[in-house]
Design a protein around this ligand. Structure first.
Ligand SMILES: Nc1nc2c(ncn2[C@@H]2O[C@H](COP(=O)(O)OP(=O)(O)OP(=O)(O)O)[C@@H](O)[C@H]2O)c(=O)[nH]1
Ligand SMILES: [Mg+2]
Length: 440
């Protein structure tokens, strides 16, 4: 990737729309503005209305709004020009083709605008990841988390850690040339305590039950139970769509069927699974295997029992439930005896109890995922770096010699720094920006 090129892309979505935004970034931006819209010496950040012409044929393609941002006061930190044209396919195709015919211009790669922004110091890596998360956010709470990250909440936390680690390092390095006995014991104790506090804070950040990651990727709920208990009927009822096949024949569902629901601003992914029983049928047995795996991998299990058999509860289903999972007796319309309050009675057929079930789920999900004062960890990349930092900080406490201690602390600083991009940007850039879309 050559960062001296001037790049362009459609930054709004493709397909018919009222308006489309085409962004150009790089040293040739002003030249492009002149060629395409005849504007010379534009004032930065001023909206101009202009005809948009083809760079070669000079035919007017459309008219629209043109804005020039002069670097470094732009998204990428470079000179940027934005064209707001009508969002028709032909308009877009022709504007993009026209740009591609200007020498020195090329189509931006996925995430290249944001990548340039990071390289030019306009934002740190966690903020850039916040941009991807904001684009991918489907629900209100996902958006809130992403926006917080984009606005620098994680950057602030990690940079604070890093500067504290660097400070400790500076003290130790100052002492390295001292004879051992001249260092006051109280000073060593103070530094050790600072390191221990950092370890504690980083551990607490890691041990948050994957709150931020689950909010980002969706809270997973597995629906499990014996064949014919009404799992698929319940899924259809919960998501108000006919996603899974329902039949009175036992063993209908084989593949895991996923359906997505926004519950109170939280993303929830339901998985309907094959009914649990011992089966000779190869395909059904594979389905049951997948059901068990899905149950293991879920954040919450809904154990579904058949109301026709109540108070009998299937033991295999019971054995899969973990503390906090829900026991649900379906077909409440067929239940003849009194229902105990350790189970929730619902009827996928009549709708009885469904609102209550959704309320219970909503409570569990919000309890688990709601935003707290301190920002949550949102990616495996951060988790790995922090784990490494913790182990180096821990090792530094055991180091006998000051220079070894300094080396461990330096490594911890480096790992924390790699999260925001303060150190070691290059190697992590490719990993992060592959998730971006073109135009951002
Ligand atoms: N009376 C009554 N029947 C129900 C209720 N829910 C589901 N059923 C019926 O029970 C039968 C089985 O429903 P499914 O939703 O296919 O059951 P399942 O648990 O997905 O079954 P498998 O996919 O075979 O494991 C169907 O005939 C449904 O119409 C209910 O609340 N009350
Ligand atoms: Mg089913």
């Amino acid at each position: 990737m050559d960062f001296s090129d001037t790049i362009f892309a459609c930054s709004s979505g493709f397909g018919k729309a009222g308006i489309a935004i085409i962004r150009v970034s790089g040293s040739k931006s002003l030249e492009v503005l002149d060629i395409v819209s005849g504007i010379k010496n534009p004032k930065a950040r001023q909206v101009r209305f202009a005809e948009i012409r083809h760079s070669v044929s000079k035919e007017v393609i459309d008219k629209g709004i043109v804005i020039y941002f002069s670097g470094p006061e732009s998204y990428t930190g470079e000179d940027v020009v934005e064209f707001q044209v009508h969002g028709g396919r032909s308009v877009l195709n022709e504007v993009l083709e026209s740009l591609s015919l200007i020498e020195g211009l090329r189509v931006a790669e996925a995430g290249e605008f944001s990548r340039r922004a990071v390289l030019n110091g306009k934002m740190d890596l966690t903020s850039a990841e916040g941009v991807i998360d904001l684009i991918n956010a489907d629900t209100k709470e996902q958006r809130r988390q992403a926006y917080r990250q984009l606005s620098g909440s994680l950057c602030k936390l990690y940079e604070d850690w890093r500067s504290r680690i660097v400070k400790i390092l500076a003290y130790i390095e100052a002492y390295i040339d001292f004879p051992e006995e001249d260092i006051p014991a109280s000073e060593i104790l103070r530094l050790d305590n600072d390191v221990k506090l950092l370890i504690k804070e980083q551990q607490e950040h890691l041990e948050d039950n994957h709150r931020g990651e689950v909010l980002k990727n969706g809270f997973k709920i597995a629906i499990i139970g014996v064949p014919n208990a009404g799992k698929s009927s319940l899924l259809n009822r919960l998501v108000k769509r006919d996603v899974a096949i329902v039949s009175k024949k036992a063993g209908t569902t084989r593949d895991v069927i996923e359906a997505y629901l926004d519950i109170g601003g939280y993303p929830v992914i339901f998985s309907d699974t094959a009914g649990l029983r011992s089966s000779e049928d190869e395909i059904e047995a594979e389905g049951i295997k997948r059901a068990l795996l899905r149950a293991q991998d879920s954040d919450l299990i809904l154990g579904i029992f058949d109301g026709e058999e109540y108070p009998f509860l299937d033991s295999q289903t019971l054995s899969l439930l973990r503390p906090g999972d829900l026991s649900i007796v379906n077909k409440s319309d067929l239940i003849r005896c009194k229902i105990k309050d350790d189970v929730l009675a619902v009827s996928a057929l009549t709708g009885f109890g469904i609102d209550l079930l959704l309320e219970r789920i909503s409570l569990i999900v919000s309890e688990r995922l709601s935003l707290r004062d301190s920002p949550a960890l949102t990616s495996l990349r951060h988790r790995e770096a922090i784990s490494k930092s913790i182990s180096y900080l821990q090792r530094s406490l055991d180091a006998q010699q000051l220079d070894l201690r300094a080396e461990d602390i330096r490594m911890a600083a480096r790992h924390i720094g790699s999260i925001t991009g303060t150190i070691g940007v290059e190697e992590v850039l490719d990993v992060i920006f592959k998730d971006f879309c073109i135009g951002k």
